[in-house]
Each structure stands twice: as C-alpha cells, then as structure tokens.
Ligand binder design. Structure first.
Ligand SMILES: NC(=O)c1ccc[n+]([C@@H]2O[C@H](COP(=O)([O-])OP(=O)(O)OC[C@H]3O[C@@H](n4cnc5c(N)ncnc54)[C@H](OP(=O)(O)O)[C@@H]3O)[C@@H](O)[C@H]2O)c1
Length: 298
C-alpha cells in the first residue's frame, strides 16, 4: 500500500487525484477528516486520520504500508514533524520514503538564508541516516502560489511583491503530481533526487501579463520594498513567523536575480511541462475570483 501524507494540502491532494485518475488505490493521511470531502469523492482513496507529530496516532495509517510520499507544511515545525514521522514509518516497516522537498530555481540560493530550505536539508540528513530506502522530489516555487495574489488582482487589478525584475521558474503542482505518481508506482528511483522547475524564467511583469491574458482584464505587477510587503502581509492577517519567512525568501531571491530552468525530471518521466499561460488559462476562474483555491498555510 502507498500512503500520501499532507493529503488535504496542495501538492498532497494533487498526488492523490493523480492516483484516482489512474484508477489506482492509495491511502491518504489527513489530520482532519472533516476537511477531506474532496478526497472522499475520488475512487480508491482510503482516508486515515493521524498527526505526523504524534506517532501513537499513526498506527492505523501506517499498517500495511510499504511506500510513503512524505509531505508536511513548510512552517517552523517541518523538521520535528518529518523526523518524528520517519521514525514512526521505519518502526512500522515502511520500506521506501519519498521526501517532498523544495529547491529555488535561482542559482546560488543560500539555504542558511531561508528556514524552510534549511529544515528540508536537515530532514534529508536524518532520512539518509535512517534504515529505509529514499527518493527526493525537489520542485521549485509552485505556480499555485500566485493564487495568494487573487484578492489584490480582483480588488485593484495589481499585485505587489518585492522582486524587482528577478525571474522565477514556477512549476505546476499537477506536473509534480505526475512525477510523484511515477516514482511511487515504478521501480529504480531509490537514492535518486528529482529536481524540477517550470519551463520559463519569468519576471513578475511576465506573470502579470499571462494572468491578464487568461482573464481578459489588465493585471499589473507593482514592485514594492520588503518592508512594504511585510506590512501588506501583516494587514492581511499573516502570522509574523510566516511574514518573516516570506521576507527572507524574497530578499534572497532579489539578491540573486535570475532563475535557471531544469526540465530534466519532466524529460525523464515523459511529462510535457505546463507553461504559466496554460496554468493561468486553466485557472482563469480562480484569478477572476470566481473559484475556490487552497491558500498557503499559516
Ligand atoms: N510553496 C511552494 O512554492 C513550494 C515549492 C516547493 C516545495 N514546497 C514544499 O511543499 C511542501 C508542502 O507545501 P505547503 O507548505 O504549501 O503545504 P500544504 O499545501 O498545506 O500541504 C501540507 C499538508 O501537510 C499537512 N500536515 C502538516 N503537518 C502535519 C502533521 N503534523 N500531521 C499530518 N499532516 C500534517 C497539512 O495538514 P492540514 O491540512 O491539516 O493543515 C497539509 O495538508 C512543503 O514542505 C514546502 O516546503 C513548497
């Protein structure tokens, strides 16, 4: 049996949907089954409740599992959550853990300057030292993070980020889900790291143009200082640790400036890379403010 953790979240739910699309059974770990209605509607999904921080809650979810896709939030608890989960999984007899990590598409990105990247590297060292086979997925920024800008796009026709003319190479979560599905259902991936970005290095003005084309309305990117953006995040109710983490991330990105594209994983698995224009057209209703999206967690 294959278990997907973080199954109520953005990448986790996309991987579960990918299994359903293939008509293949999969087990989904969620903290709150009341939030799992969308998963429940899919064929072949076995929903189990548990908390990765509390091993005693995981017995039901881990029994009979040989492979796991391990996903949890990028927040301050990532390190403890994933190390605790690795121990529980190994104890329960799981043979192979696929760790969902992250990379920045900008060459030279310094993990010491961004907590989430730092935590992923610490978990990676823990996983490598554990008695279990492993594979690492390292996607760049998700295209879906631009859903965060929907309230501003709908309200004022602009979005504000402290990025100047820095380029990023965001990747569609659905492309990542296809890779994750292949890694979990075929052999030969032990000890491998699969990095992936989207197919284009885009300035925020490029992103605005593509959203604008998709929704048929002008959308403008406005460059702001990190301090201004932190104020925006605070006004929008972001908890301070989240606003600080984002500020660190954007500062490091601005310092370096330009992204490198890596489509080797798409090519390896025969997946056509989704462009931002295709992504924006597919989600035009979200960018118009007419459809629900999963926000970045606090
Ligand atoms: N954002 C990006 O652009 C990006 C890019 C590359 C990689 N990543 C990585 O992708 C991962 C997930 O993305 P995200 O942070 O955006 O999160 P997300 O979509 O919210 O998914 C995380 C899921 O993990 C679950 N979870 C967290 N702690 C848990 C626990 N103790 N027990 C069980 N489930 C738990 C959450 O459950 P609930 O639903 O109950 O909260 C949530 O469903 C992170 O590790 C991040 O570093 C992100």
């Amino acid at each position: 049996m294959i278990l997907i953790t973080g199954a109520n979240g953005r990448p986790g739910s996309a991987v579960v949907r990918e299994f359903a699309r293939h008509n293949e059974p999969v087990r989904a770990l969620v903290r709150d089954p009341a939030k799992a209605d969308a998963l429940r509607e899919l064929p072949g999904v076995d929903i189990r409740q548990g908390d990765m921080l509390w091993p005693e809650t995981l017995h039901d979810a881990l029994t009979g599992v040989d492979r796991v896709l391990m996903i949890s939030n990028a927040g301050p608890e990532l390190l403890e959550t994933q190390c605790t989960f690795i121990d529980a999984a190994v104890k329960a007899g799981v043979e192979h853990i696929v760790k969902f990590s992250g990379k920045d598409s900008i060459e030279g990105f310094d993990p010491e300057k961004f907590r989430s990247t730092r935590s992923h590297e610490q978990v990676l060292r823990y996983l490598l030292a554990s008695d279990v086979r492993w594979t690492i997925l390292r996607p760049s920024q998700f295209m879906q993070v631009y859903f965060e800008e929907v309230p501003d796009i709908v309200g004022s026709g602009e979005f504000r980020l402290p990025l100047g003319d820095t380029t990023l190479a965001p990747v569609d979560i659905d492309d990542i889900a296809k890779v994750a599905h292949s890694v979990l259902t075929t052999s030969g991936h032990e000890g491998k790291t699969y990095a992936m970005t989207g197919p284009e290095a885009l300035t925020m003005a490029d992103v605005a143009d593509r959203i604008s084309d998709a929704i048929g309305k002008p959308v403008i990117y406005r460059n702001v200082t990190t301090e201004d953006k932190k104020r925006d995040w605070r006004d929008a109710g972001y908890p301070p640790p989240r606003a600080n983490a984002f500020a660190q991330l954007f500062q490091e990105r601005s310092r370096l400036g330009h992204s490198t594209i890596d489509l080797s994983t798409h090519e390896h698995f025969g997946i056509e890379p989704t462009t931002f224009a295709q992504f924006a057209r597919r989600h035009a209703d979200v960018f118009r403010g007419n459809a629900h999206y999963l926000p970045t967690p606090g």
